[in-house]
Each structure stands twice: as structure tokens, then as C-alpha cells.
Design a binder for this molecule. Structure first.
Ligand code: SF4
Length: 278
């Protein structure tokens, strides 16, 4: 965790690891599988479980009643180095929060929920002290945002929701559109059905600026129809909204940023901020 192969960002940042399924997009949660396979080693590297997190030699931090694994102090300092690197390179860089959790989860156990609050407070502080980074917070729980986001707009906070099917499009995007953020985006990954985004892409109340799309990967991946991605691409281009096609499965193989009808789609909206604060 840190520098990442995820194509639409430069770094990933996880205040904690662990989550609970909330919708069909979670069914084959990549993070859950990764944590179970290699998560035990994170404990040996200083990540702190909020309770008994190792079961039969494996990290068990998925589910409503399981602990979460919180980041060590040195990990929380890393973004300062990323900020310096961005300033030296003369470019803004994007940080994805969180690839191994949902940053707006409210744990059922109040002691764990309190820790999540503390780590979120540290996260907001990091945003304030790393002005060359754009922080992309992606959630499947936007209904918790009013309660959990900091008061006042953070100029480098981008907010996104996952919308894997039409039901989640219509549930989550209207909430997203009401939230304060400098940029709003949608992750249509894993794509589980065709979706109609047009009501949210244009019109007076619309402020969506970016759609990221991708087919599910992994051994039990649910298949996605190419026409679903064509439709979302066309909806985005007609509304002048940036479209990023992250991955498709072609001949049973994952293809990153593949061509769709002969063209690759890797658009990213521009941050309105300069590299260095004035
Ligand atoms: S919300 Fe994200 S991290 Fe949490 S279970 Fe679902 S897919 Fe996994």
C-alpha cells in the first residue's frame, strides 16, 4: 500500500483495513481476499488490530463484529513524502482512500467506531497539510457522509460513490450530489448491469465530473457486457464528463485501460488547484 498499480491514482492510503459487505458489488471483494491471504504480515509490520484479528493464522477483519486493523504512525506520515515528491515533480498527484476499507464505515462496536473517528480526524489533518495531493475518497456508504465528513470544504477532497447497478446509481448518486466536495465521481466497478446515468450527468443540479468503469476480475468474476461500457462512454461524452475505462476481461484475461472500439479512455478531470499553495 502506497504507490499503486491502480490506473486512476498515484497512491492508495488506508487509515485502517477491514469492512463489511453492503451491496452486490462487495460479493467478491478484492480487499477481503487479499487481507485473508497476506494480512497477517501487516500485523508483524506494526498495523494494530482493534481486537483478536488472527484466526487460524489468517487475518479476519471482514464482517460486522470483527476487529479492524489500524495503520501505524509511520504509515500515516508517508503522504508528506508524496506531497514533497509531487511538488518536486511540479504536478498534483491523486491518492485513493481507501483500497482496503470503506472510509465512511461506522463499525457496530462503539470502541472500534471511536477509533475510526480518530483515524478519520487524522486523515482530514493530512489533507490540510498535503496541498499538492488530491485525495479521492470512495465509499459505498454516502448516507454516513453528513455525519462523518469534516465541517467546511477541503479544497483537495474529491468524493466518489461506487454504483455497480441501477439501484445503487439511484440510491447513492443523489446523496453524493448533495455533499460538499471540489470534485464528485462515480466508480462503476464491478459493473453488474447496464446503467442509466443521464439524469445525473447534466442539468442544473448535476456536478458529476468523472466516471470510472471496469469489469469484475478474479476467478469468480461476473461477466459484463461490452455494450454497458459503450453506453456509459456515450453518456459521458454527450455530457462532457470525463470517462476512464479501467479494465475489461478479454479472452478470460484482465486488460487494464483497454481500447473500446479502437480508443483508450483514460480521461481524468483537472484539479482546479495549483501544485503549490499560493
Ligand atoms: S465496501 Fe468495498 S471494501 Fe467494503 S466489503 Fe464492499 S467492496 Fe469490500
Amino acid at each position: 500500500m502506497g504507490k499503486t498499480s491502480i490506473e486512476w491514482c498515484h497512491y492508495t492510503f488506508n487509515p485502517w483495513i477491514g469492512c463489511t459487505h453492503v451491496s452486490p458489488g462487495c460479493e467478491h471483494c478484492y480487499a477481503e481476499g487479499l487481507a485473508s491471504r497476506v494480512g497477517g504480515t501487516w500485523v508483524t509490520k506494526g498495523w494494530r488490530p482493534s481486537g483478536q484479528a488472527i484466526e487460524r493464522g489468517k487475518l479476519a477483519v471482514w464482517g460486522q463484529r470483527t476487529p479492524r486493523l489500524f495503520a501505524p504512525g509511520e504509515y500515516l506520515q508517508q503522504p508528506h513524502a508524496w506531497n514533497r515528491a509531487a511538488e518536486s515533480a511540479g504536478e498534483r498527484r491523486r491518492v485513493f482512500v481507501a483500497s482496503m476499507a470503506d472510509p465512511l464505515e461506522l463499525h457496530a462496536d462503539s470502541a472500534v467506531a471511536r477509533l475510526q473517528h480518530e483515524y478519520r480526524a487524522q486523515l482530514w489533518q493530512l489533507l490540510k497539510t498535503t496541498p499538492a495531493l488530491d485525495w479521492l475518497l470512495l465509499t459505498k456508504r454516502p448516507e454516513n457522509a453528513k455525519q462523518l465528513l469534516p465541517v467546511g470544504e477541503l479544497p483537495n477532497l474529491w468524493l466518489g460513490v461506487t454504483a455497480e447497478d441501477q439501484r445503487r446509481v439511484d440510491e447513492r448518486i443523489p446523496i453524493l450530489l448533495q455533499l460538499p466536495a471540489v470534485k464528485r465521481f462515480v466508480s462503476y466497478e464491478p459493473a453488474l448491469s447496464a446503467i442509466e446515468l443521464r439524469p445525473y450527468l447534466s442539468g442544473p443540479s448535476s456536478s458529476l465530473e468523472w466516471i470510472i468503469a471496469g469489469a469484475e476480475s478474479g476467478p469468480r468474476a461476473r461477466s459484463a457486457d461490452l455494450d454497458w461500457f459503450r453506453s456509459v462512454r456515450d453518456q459521458c461524452t454527450s455530457a462532457s464528463v470525463a470517462f476512464f475505462l479501467k479494465q475489461l476481461i478479454v479472452n478470460n484475461k484482465k486488460r487494464s485501460t483497454p481500447a473500446l472500439d479502437g480508443e483508450r479512455w483514460t480521461q481524468v478531470p483537472q484539479s482546479p488547484l495549483p501544485v503549490r499553495a499560493e
